[in-house]
Design a binder for this molecule. Structure first.
Ligand code: ADP
Length: 408
């Protein structure tokens, strides 16, 4: 097919005089590409500007390694390829022919000469480029909004599932636990040490399942903001004493030392004793799990003044364990987040690197924040040889702020 190069150039650049158009027609290449030809490749350094004479191209962009999004289609009279030239950057999108497509191709010098020859034209080109960038931005934002909504829906579905599963499983579990207790107290089983071990295993197993389910229910309450925080006077020291007592067997078994250091007086604080117990229970059980036998766990607390929080209790739970890599230090507070391969974890509740459902720290964060406090971790990294340890730092206001949901 005969191509009217000058006519095409005139239609695209009406500001140019005839002489300029004639001259330009001698500097451009006219090429026809068959369907499905990749004319521009995203990321490639290639500086050619294209004006479509006939045919259609699709302009697409990858939004991940597998998926490509169509930004727009361009047809006769449209141009493409200008962004890389104006910005002096690699191609920001792919351009692929849909059918037989004829284009006029301008090399960099020709394009720059064209821009220099008419300020109007240069302005038009810049405006078009900005319009395209803006509409690409809007398309990306709308994709992000859709992705966010999908994630929120999935998160909601996950929470609903957790809640239903925990409720449904709790009833039969309570039945099993009841029967196991009956069996354990039966004199015939009492008399048989093998059977006693078996029943003890069932009782301990169901108790752990109960524990996991309660944690799942707590998490769904935190996420749906239905967690009720009672406001009663709590003495932190007695929470730590209770924890020390509850963990004494595990500490002895693992040859771990637990030190509790109080700096100055700690008055009664307004808090939910149940939640405060859970916060330090999970921090302590993690310190036990991630510290090799023979290590030390230190809980230090004092009263301090915190900007925006007022008088608060600061508590640091520090261990001499394997530590936590910088890149995981924020994410470990998300629910179900675990470092390393879950299948490689050992199974004991307090054994070294014992597995868990990845809910402990999410609960800690939810419970601390429900009190108007904050929690974070500091560690020089994870190393099983040098054992840099971790320090979990908690700030709890002495009085729960009035705007926190809860019971008075
Ligand atoms: P889990 O149920 O797996 O213990 P958590 O939410 O309590 O879940 O902890 C999340 C992850 O954070 C753990 O899998 C562990 O890798 C890491 N972690 C938590 N506490 C410590 C600690 N004291 N030392 C080293 N790693 C820790």
């Amino acid at each position: 097919m005969e191509v009217d190069v000058v006519g095409t150039l005139r239609a695209a650049f009406p500001d140019l005089e005839n002489d300029a158009l004639e001259k330009l027609s001698g500097l451009v290449r006219c090429t026809t590409y068959p369907p499905d030809t990749l004319i521009c490749k995203e990321g490639a350094y290639e500086y050619v500007f294209y004006l479509i004479v006939r045919g259609t191209v699709a302009i697409t962009k990858h939004f991940d390694s597998q998926n490509e999004r169509v930004l727009r289609h361009s047809t006769a009279g449209d141009f493409f390829g200008e962004m890389a030239l104006i910005q002096d950057e690699p191609r920001s999108a792919n351009v692929r022919t849909i059918d037989d497509t004829t284009v006029l191709e301008f090399d960099r010098e020709v394009f720059e000469h064209l821009m220099a020859s008419s300020p109007n034209l240069a302005w038009r080109m810049v405006r078009t480029t900005f319009d395209r960038l803006r509409s690409n931005d809007q398309a990306a934002l709308s994709d992000l909004r859709d992705a966010l909504q999908t994630l929120q829906r999935l998160d909601r579905a996950k929470l609903d599932f957790i809640e239903i599963a925990a409720h449904e499983l709790r009833t039969p579990l309570t039945v099993i636990q009841g029967y196991a207790d009956v069996l354990r107290s039966d004199t015939r089983i009492q008399a048989d040490s093998n059977l006693r071990t078996v029943i003890d295993g069932v009782v301990n197993g169901t108790a752990r399942l109960h524990d996991v389910m309660n944690r799942m229910l707590d998490i769904s309450k935190i996420d749906t903001e239905t967690l009720q925080v009672s406001r009663v006077p709590v003495l932190l020291q007695s929470v730590f004493t209770e924890l020390k007592h509850d963990f004494q067997d595990a500490l002895a078994e693992r040859n771990l030392t637990l030190l509790i250091k109080q700096i100055g007086e700690i008055p009664f604080m307004e808090a939910d004793p149940n939640l405060v117990y859970k916060i330090f229970y999970h921090l302590l059980i993690n310190a036990i799990k991630y510290t090799p036998d023979g290590g030390t766990i230190t809980i230090t607390c004092w009263v301090t003044e915190v900007e925006g929080m007022g008088r608060a209790v600061a508590v640091v739970v520090e261990d001499t364990g394997i530590g936590i890599d910088q890149r995981h230090q924020k994410a470990i507070f998300e629910k179900f987040y675990q470092i390393g391969e879950v299948a490689l974890h050992s199974s004991g509740k307090t054994s070294f690197k014992g597995g868990g459902p990845g809910l402990g720290l999410a609960l800690v964060k939810g419970a601390v924040e429900a009190h108007g406090g904050m929690v974070w971790v500091e560690s020089r990294g994870c190393d099983e040889e040098t054992l840099p340890g971790s320090a979990f730092k908690v700030l709890l206001p002495l009085r729960i702020p009035d705007n926190m949901s809860g019971e008075s």
